[in-house]
Design a binder for this molecule. Sequence first.
Ligand code: HEC
Length: 128
Amino acid sequence: MNRKNIIYLILIFGTLIFINACYYDKADLLYPTSAIATCDTSGVISYSQRVVPILQSQCYGCHSATGGSGNINMSNYANDKVIGLNGKLYGSISHSKGYFAMPQGGNMMSSCDQAVINKWITSGCLNN
Ligand code: HEC
């Protein structure tokens, strides 16, 4: 094989690898529904069935007793409604400026969990 052919081969393989990399980088843009389809925020969000399990797994560890962290006991509806309506619940889970980022020292809540809680709040923090 002469030099020219080798250079052509390198160019062809290089282009193939480049195209492939672009395809995988953009897979989430090409198929956006796969991520959205698993997050159901339609209809009325149930406090007991949707919100409590999220808070239980990610917040109760530090906030489930009187005098808990930040003096917030999140294991009852009345208290959750207070922080829901005063903006602290969504402010903390969305890591908004001016709020304590929660869960403290842990991974940010998934965008789906945030959306579920946000919808519960904007629907008036129902006890359902
Ligand atoms: C590892 C322990 C820990 C976990 C888990 C945790 N928090 Fe906190 N949280 C704290 C501490 C400690 C404070 C007190 C503020 C501070 O010292 O940073 C606090 C304070 C707060 C406050 C009050 C902030 C204020 O303005 O008074 C809110 C609201 C809050 N947390 C919400 C949450 C939510 C929602 C979750 C679950 C997504 C959560 N926290 C998970 C430790 C935790």
